[in-house]
Design a binder for this molecule. Structure first.
Ligand code: AMP
Ligand code: ZN
Length: 470
């Protein structure tokens, strides 16, 4: 099946041809670990998890390498460490902040059903030259200086944007426009105000590494140039992240990587997800209009959050609402009613689902298709019914949905854990006994008592079943 992906650099949807189908390579910029991630930060994680799953489906699970880094050197981290652990030496405090935050991030994204990437490098492991010969930041900066693309000034090493004729191609910004639009005073030590930092000096109470330019720390962009080259080579297939990373982060990654390696490209497809918004504004820490993944997972099944994210095409903005979430939860509940407790994940993914996903990740189309599969089983019976259940399950699993049994889902459902199953079962037994002796007043009273606990019961000729209402 032909895969087509939208490429931000060429501004078109193109047929995806991997450099090496035996090793399809994707890099996605990961979190800066200083604080809880909000649900907007989950969008790139989920979007590129869908692409990872699709690539594994198309090329084989062993033929895809997915790298998502952890940025554990950043001035925001230093500030947080000093604030939260004032009694500790800064380096220890920093380690505490980054470890706690990275662990929380892993728990959050696992709760949202995302697979771990193949490699998850930490920036601090790629600053100095390495014994395994993998790419590192200091060597990359030395290469840039040697090739005439970087210079030392004012205690910094800066990338010389004018040394690269097509600097700005990804974001479509022209250097002279940037100059004309610059409001801030030109930093005197820069040749060009658009020149960006590769390396900066650290004071003695800032984290730092010894380098040819004195004790210092890397700029943000050089990290991803080093870590992508370390695991994926100088040129690879797909580079992704949120829309806000196009400029300056990805623009500068391209400049560094291409100029250091002397290549015409860094990645063949540049993919960017749109923003998750609340009442028309991008969800962000600075606006304060955010809700953390971990708060949401306290109230909602991860699969409902994930489906809610996938209802919108990844390049469009998402309007995040409670109403949408409630609707997504109902859909997941109804699909679990259909797939039940069948643990056999064998079966074949629906062709329609795979081809919709292959059209630049048309997840909303896939969801419509899953609804059709779910309702198409009306009237089916026997083997055909089981087949359609499995098709629904296996196809939904391409989106990272319905991977559990219905029981596991109900048990992991946040509201469900507040209900004591033994108590529910005992009340249902009492109610069955009351009905048997035709004491309907008592049986209704027990039904209302269960309803007040959030438990819905259903009577059928095979007995009474129950589920958690939301
Ligand atoms: P940050 O922590 O701001 O560097 O963001 C980490 C990742 O989340 C980046 O890929 C951002 O583009 C992405 N991101 C941040 N806010 C949003 C949002 N509201 N909607 C979608 N993606 C976002
Ligand atoms: Zn990056």
């Amino acid at each position: 099946m032909e895969l087509r992906l939208y490429d931000t650099l060429t501004k078109e949807k193109r047929v995806f041809t991997p450099l090496d189908p035996n090793n399809v390579r994707m890099y996605v910029c990961g979190p800066t670990v200083y604080d809880f991630a909000h649900i907007g930060n989950a969008r790139p994680v989920i979007v590129f998890d869908i692409l990872f799953r699709l690539l594994r489906h198309l090329y084989g699970a062993d033929h895809v390498t997915y790298v998502r880094n952890i940025t554990d050197v950043d001035d925001k981290i230093n500030d947080r460490a000093a604030r939260d652990f004032p009694g500790l030496p800064l380096n220890e405090a920093i380690r505490k902040v980054t470890e706690q935050t990275a662990n929380q991030f892993h728990a959050d994204v696992a709760g949202l059903g995302s697979l771990p990437p193949t490699h998850e490098p930490r920036a601090t492991d790629f600053v100095l030259p390495r014994t395994d010969g993998k790419a590192d930041m200091i060597t990359l900066i030395q290469q840039l200086i040697a090739r005439g693309h970087a210079y030392e000034a004012g205690g910094e090493v800066l990338f010389d944007v004018q040394s690269m004729p097509d600097y700005g191609a990804l974001s479509g910004r022209k250097l002279d426009e940037q100059l004309a639009g610059a409001r801030v005073a030109v930093d005197a030590h820069k040749k060009n105000p658009a020149d960006f930092v590769l390396w900066k000096q650290s004071s003695k109470d800032e984290p730092g590494w010894d380098s040819p330019w004195g004790r210092g720390r890397p700029g943000w962009h050089i990290e991803c140039s080093a870590m992508s080259a370390a695991y994926l080579g100088n040129v690879f297939d797909i580079h992704g992240g949120g829309l806000d990373l196009i400029f300056p982060h990805h623009e500068n990654e391209i400049a560094q990587s291409r100029c250091a390696h002397g290549t015409a490209t860094m990645a063949n497809y540049w993919m960017h997800n749109g923003f998750l918004e609340v009442e028309g504004a991008k969800m962000s820490k600075s606006l304060g209009n955010f809700v953390t993944i971990s708060e949401l997972l306290n109230d909602w099944p991860g699969e409902a959050l994930r489906l809610n994210m996938l209802k919108t095409h990844y390049r469009s903005p998402i309007d995040w609402t409670l109403k949408g979430l409630e609707e997504s939860k109902r859909v997941i509940d109804s699909w679990y009613d259909i797939v039940g407790d069948d643990t056999q994940a064998s079966g074949i993914a629906d062709d329609g689902v795979v081809s919709l996903l292959s059209d630049d990740l048309n997840t909303s189309g896939v969801i419509t298709r899953l609804h059709a599969i779910a309702s198409g089983r009306a009237g089916a019976s026997g083997a055909a019914l089981i087949d359609s259940q499995r098709t629904l399950k296996v196809s939904a699993m391409l989106l990272g949905l319905l991977g559990k049994t219905k029981r596991e889902y109900l048990e992991s459902n946040p509201k469900a854990v507040t209900v004591n199953k033994a108590v529910v079962d005992a009340l249902i037994a009492d109610r069955t006994a009351a009905r048997a002796r035709k004491d309907f007043k008592e049986s209704d009273r027990i039904r209302d008592e269960l309803a007040a606990m959030g438990v819905l019961i259903k009577d059928s000729k095979d007995g009474t079943t129950w589920e958690i209402a939301r």
